[in-house]
Design a binder for this molecule. Structure first.
Ligand code: MSP
Length: 513
């Protein structure tokens, strides 16, 4: 079986600098990408910026800057964020790139050739902020202003000539597809939302605009700009050099394994995107996963609400890995989560500094003082040792399965309980009382070091930098990390010295007032 894994984040609007919600989608995607990489997969991890459409054109106009210059500037902050967040992305796509434009034009032509597109007139509501069309029953009026009920963003009336995609035709095939591929939309609650939306009846979709210029032109009618979502969704193909279906990356990585998105853009990914692909005879991605929102107060963060949390500020204060750990652990994956500095500080002090950092320090200091700084080579496991080591071996396939079901909570709970067991083991075994029994002392040291090694491997997708720092104890480098080696209880036999490492996590002084 080919072990290829293609994961994507949404491509972000460069209308303002990145916030915590963007960081969240990217960090979660990085977690899956890194896990698959250490599990022997060839991984393509794509992120990028979605630069066309009226939303961006207006944002640039407001600043009085040329639209492309504006995009260049803000897209750069998203590119820098990939470094700041230590993302392992393979590619960063911008929809203003030529490679993307040619893919979109090609897809349009295929849809036109397949008679999936026709020219007519659109009269209806449009939200520039969401770049979405809304029907009458999806909007409400508050204080004289019409807005979308779901996103609360204001809508404006549009009356113009437009190309339409025959979305209505795909209503039944989509419902059949969801039924045959129950994992296609996840989690289940989101799937149900989508199914009831599709069942309520799909209307043909307006896929071009005439009243502004910032976008990709319709190939045979330059008065029209291709709808920004049709343009943006195609990024998942254009990064793999579509339409060159003989391209190595396209052959290897399409269809995508998972499009990871926020629940706000589910309709575009789980209805429009598969319909476009079906209409163009292109295979569908395996899965669309709609995660929850990071809330600030009780609300979704957004520029218009002025409640933006800046990831850079948090990173400057606490460091990157604490933020990654916190977001992955504390926001129950799939649901909304509130970000709280207090909980973040608790995570640093208890999970990272006490449970993990402390264990690494204790065992290395003990081994340096009692085993001549070497990893013991003579040991003899008893049932207690085997029990601790075996929890990894026996759960290996279960962990893989949970990851394939995006059960991030299981993964992190497994690490936390393993840390608890490892600390308990070291305390209960009292190696400091075994100085007259070198075989037992060596065995306890070896077992604890093995468990630290295994846990550090598992922590790599979550907190890569700290995991690599911990693995310096054994001179293990990034390329050596293999998930399957968690089965091996004697991995460290091939290693030699133990290195002292610096404190991994500094505790945060907490204000108790
Ligand atoms: N450009 C479109 C996506 C096109 S994909 C072909 C877009 N961009 S966005 O910048 O507005 O937001 C993209 C994604 O950022 C959301 O889907 C979500 O994944 C993430 N988040 C934005 N705000 C968020 C929160 N407050 N919380 C969690 N994630 C959210 O939509």
């Amino acid at each position: 079986m080919d072990k290829n894994f293609y994961i994507t984040t949404p491509i972000y609007y460069p209308s303002a600098k990145p916030h915590m919600g963007h960081a969240y989608s990217s960090i979660i995607a990085d977690f899956f990408a890194r896990f698959k990489k250490i599990d022997g997969y060839d991984v393509y991890f794509l992120t990028g910026t979605d630069e066309h459409g009226l939303k961006i054109q207006r944002a640039a106009e407001k600043k009085g800057i040329d639209t492309l210059l504006f995009c260049n500037k803000i897209s750069k902050t998203f590119q820098e964020l990939t470094k700041t967040l230590n993302l392992s992305n393979t590619d960063f796509i911008r929809t203003t790139e030529e490679r993307h434009k040619s893919s979109v034009e090609y897809l349009w032509k295929i849809l036109e050739k397949n008679e999936e597109i026709y020219l007519s007139k659109y009269s209806g509501w449009y939200s520039v902020s969401d770049e979405a069309f809304y029907s009458e029953d999806e909007i409400e009026e508050i204080d004289g202003i019409k807005q979308s009920i779901s996103s609360k963003s204001s809508v404006e009336w549009i009356d113009e000539e437009s190309y339409f995609f025959r979305l209505s035709k795909w209503e039944k095939p989509l419902l059949e597809y969801y039924k045959k591929n129950p994992q296609f939309i996840s989690p289940t609650s989101r799937k149900n939302e989508v199914i009831s939306f599709v069942k309520s009846g799909l209307k043909d979709l307006s896929v071009s605009r005439k009243s502004f210029s910032w976008g990709i032109k319709v190939p045979n009618n330059k008065d029209h700009i291709i709808y920004v979502w049709l343009d943006a969704l195609t990024n998942y193909l254009s990064a793999l050099n579509y339409p060159d279906t003989k391209d190595r990356n396209f052959k290897k990585f399409w269809p995508a394994s998972i499009h990871l998105i926020g629940k706000d853009i589910l309709r575009f990914h789980a209805v429009y995107w598969p319909a476009f692909l079906l209409a163009a005879n292109i295979p569908l991605p395996d899965k669309v996963y709609g995660h929850g929102w990071i809330l600030s107060g009780e609300e979704k963060m957004s520029k218009s609400k002025g409640n933006i949390l800046d990831p850079i500020e948090i990173i400057n204060k606490y460091g990157l890995d604490p933020l990654r750990y916190y977001l992955i652990k504390e926001v129950s994956f799939g649901n909304d989560g509130n970000i709280s500095q207090e909980r973040l500080e608790d995570c640093i002090n208890s999970d990272l500094a006490n449970n993990f950092g402390n264990l690494c320090q204790r065992i290395t200091t003990f081994a340096l003082n009692n085993c001549n700084g070497k990893i013991p080579t003579n040991f003899d496991f008893n049932v207690d040792d085997i029990k601790l080591l075996d929890r990894f071996k026996t759960n290996l396939n279960l962990i893989r399965e949970k990851i394939d079901n995006q059960d991030v909570n299981f993964y992190i709970d497994f690490i936390i309980s393993s840390l608890f067991e490892a600390n308990k083991y070291f305390n209960d075994q009292e190696p400091w009382k075994k100085k007259n029994d070198p075989l037992r002392l060596n065995t306890i040291v070896f077992t604890t070091l093995e468990v630290v090694r295994k846990i550090s491997f598992m922590l790599y997708p979550i907190i890569p930098e700290s995991s690599l720092k911990a693995l310096k104890i054994f001179d293990i480098s990034e390329a050596d990390i293999e998930f399957s080696s968690l089965e091996n209880h004697e991995y460290l036999r091939k290693k030699d010295s133990i290195n002292k490492i610096n404190i991994l996590f500094k505790k945060v002084e907490k204000n108790n007032d």
